[in-house]
Design a binder for this molecule. Structure first.
Ligand SMILES: Cc1ncc(COP(=O)(O)O)c(C=O)c1O
Length: 394
């Protein structure tokens, strides 16, 4: 079959995901599900909070007339107002429903934002390590991604960042708490990024948007809070979802929020609403919009993620792994004990432990562990992690 060359090559470039999935399936068939420790997927095993099921029950028992019909492409006013009120409390700016558009998850949010902003060959800067789909999302809308590498803390190298900004830079895409590193960018770093952007905007007489992809914002540990990007960028845009903090990734519900004082916000909101429609999302799912309207400020049990983080971090560092301690999300990104992480991942696979190579996130020499899993899977994986590093004799 003749599919497009672009999609064919994108599938090829992301083929390690499929390869890992296939190898994992083969291992599970051979050794039994319970003897394979698959730490490769960011699909939380946690169930949504009790209140979610209560709301679902309430809707099922009292269906509103028209509940399943088309609606405005931006979503229900009531849901958007409730979100605006919550953001008002959290961020301290005067949000209204007009500043919010409901989306099919953070992925849907990022796609309508990029579709709205990008002209062909416009550049979008991303910081490695990054969520692998960013490259495809940017390419979906004929943009060009520019990768800025990190320092040892997985913060972007600011000298390279400054040099990477050109006249064609349309947006910077940031993700904190970060997938795959679990790092939360400190306020000082965001401030420095803002200073560089302001300088470059003045130099090139351009507008550079800061898109903050924050589906893990509420999953942080040790009293660390992710800084509010709207305090630093008055043309900031938030893309987020309830996939992670309410454990609803299959329900495809999220939103975009624009800075309430952004000068051209009406045009921007018109743009993303139009793209919600014309990319075929049409609107975010109706039942979920009704439910999350009443679940503002509710999350899954963050403490249980912290316990899992501590368990894996403490055990792996004791074995000799080098890890930047994650401050949020539910991933960690250890350094591969040998330079080529693909080779080390093979060693782990021989021990029935599956993880994802760092190069899939734009950074070789590391690998990603997802720990949003059952404790027995995490516990079971330790033996394999230990033998794999011990075999290296380093
Ligand atoms: C950093 C990041 N952004 C966006 C997404 C997409 O999330 P959603 O399920 O809300 O589309 C994910 C999902 O894993 C993610 O890790």
């Amino acid at each position: 079959m003749k599919i497009s060359k672009k999609i064919k090559s994108q599938i090829e470039s992301g083929s390690w995901i499929r390869k890992m999935f296939e190898e994992g399936t083969a291992l599970k068939k051979k050794y039994g599900e319970e003897n394979v420790y698959d730490l490769s997927l960011g699909n939380p095993v946690m169930e949504p909070p009790k209140k979610f099921f209560e709301e679902l029950q309430r809707l099922a028992n009292n269906p509103k007339p028209g509940l399943h019909r088309y609606m405005p492409n931006a979503g229900y006013i009531n849901t958007r107002s409730n979100i605006a009120n919550q953001l008002k409390k959290e961020i301290g700016l005067n949000f209204s429903s007009d500043d919010i558009v409901m989306t099919c998850g953070a992925g849907g949010a990022l796609n309508i934002i990029l579709k709205t902003l990008l002209d062909p060959n416009d550049e979008v800067i991303i910081f490695s390590p990054f969520f692998a789909e960013y490259i495809f999302y940017i390419e979906n809308h004929n943009g060009k991604h520019i990768i800025v590498p990190p320092d040892n803390n997985f913060h972007p190298d600011l000298n390279i960042f400054e040099k990477s900004i050109t006249k064609k830079t349309k947006a910077i895409l940031i993700n904190s708490p970060n997938n795959p590193s679990g790092i939360v960018y400190p306020a000082k770093l965001i401030e420095k990024i803002a200073n560089i952007i302001n300088k470059k905007q003045a130099e090139f007489q351009t507008d550079i948007f800061v898109i903050s992809d924050e589906p893990y914002k509420k999953i942080t540990f040790d009293n660390i809070k992710s800084p509010e990007i709207f305090h630093y960028f008055n043309n900031g845009i938030i893309a987020t979802s309830y996939s992670k903090d309410l454990a609803l990734p299959g329900e495809r519900i999220g939103y975009v929020a624009i800075h309430p004082e952004y000068k051209y916000k009406e045009e921007f909101i018109d743009g993303i609403t139009f793209c919600n429609r014309t990319l075929g999302f049409v609107n975010a799912p109706a039942i979920m919009q009704n439910i999350i309207a009443n679940l503002q400020n509710i999350t899954v049990d963050i403490e249980s993620y912290k316990l899992k983080r501590d368990f894996m971090y403490d055990n792996l560092t004791d074995m000799g792994y080098t890890i930047n301690k994650p401050q949020g999300a539910f991933y960690m990104f250890p350094k591969s004990p040998i330079e080529n992480e693909l080779k080390f991942i093979e060693e782990l696979k021989n021990e029935n432990v599956l993880v994802v190579p760092g190069r899939g996130f734009g950074l070789e020499g590391y690998f990603r562990i997802s720990y949003c899993l059952e404790n027995k899977t995490l516990e079971g994986s330790l033996k394999g992690f230990k033998s794999a590093i011990n075999k290296l004799n380093i």
